[in-house]
Design a protein around this ligand. Structure first.
Ligand code: G3D
Ligand code: MG
Length: 179
């Protein structure tokens, strides 16, 4: 009896939150997911699929889908949208030319019916690179202040060292309590 109760309890308390990791190719999506998996404060389950991983932060379970960013794959991003609670948009802060494409993809996602309730975490990645754009510049360029219908947060980071990644996860964890 106790065991069944414990199982039910854990089922309801450790609900999984679906996360999709999007961004252009070469932005650093896979490196970020890899850092999450290596991070000591995060517990992980064995790999579920080639691009899906479960990570657990302070009893909050996130099911993370790393979605390919090549142009040919972007049109299929929407097949992953249903039940998504968090979008992690990874931006290569050195890639000034393609920031316009990231912006376009961001607003396309925000307008999508299946992502109506999703919160957006933007990682301004590759902050270790000389001449990269700051999170403030990216914030301005993406006109984040105009986004009123989705919770959003921008975090600068370096996926190679892991710097900034925990702060982003903390924001996500704090949002899960608000639902
Ligand atoms: P993607 O999954 O979004 O396509 P990847 O991107 O995670 O494969 O990363 C693309 C390249 O960027 C990789 O380099 C990776 O090491 C590098 N990269 C990711 N994050 C950072 C970062 O914060 N700083 C720097 N300097 N490089 C980063 P390679 O050379 O392996 O292709
Ligand atoms: Mg990748």
């Amino acid at each position: 009896m106790g065991l069944i109760f414990a199982k039910l309890w854990s089922f309801f308390c450790n609900q999984e939150h679906k996360v999709i990791i999007v961004g252009l190719d070469n932005a650093g999506k896979t490196t970020i997911l890899y850092q999450f998996l290596m991070n000591e404060v995060v517990h992980t389950s064995p790999t579920i699929g080639s691009n899906v991983e479960e990570i657990v932060v302070k009893k909050t379970h996130f099911l993370m889908w790393d979605i390919g960013g090549q142009e040919s794959l972007r049109s299929s991003w929407n097949t992953y949208y249903s039940n998504t609670e968090f979008i992690i948009l990874v931006v290569d802060s050195t890639d000034r030319e393609r920031l316009a494409i990231s912006k376009e993809e961001l607003y396309r996602m925000l307008a999508h019916e299946d992502l109506r309730k999703a919160a957006v975490l933007i990682f301004a990645n590759k902050q270790d690179m000389k001449g990269c754009m700051s999170a403030a510049e990216i914030y301005k360029y993406l006109t984040l202040s105009s986004i009123k219908d989705h919770p959003w947060h921008i975090q600068s980071c370096c996926a190679l060292t892991g710097e900034g990644l925990c702060r982003g996860l903390e924001w996500m964890t704090s949002r899960t309590g608000l639902r």
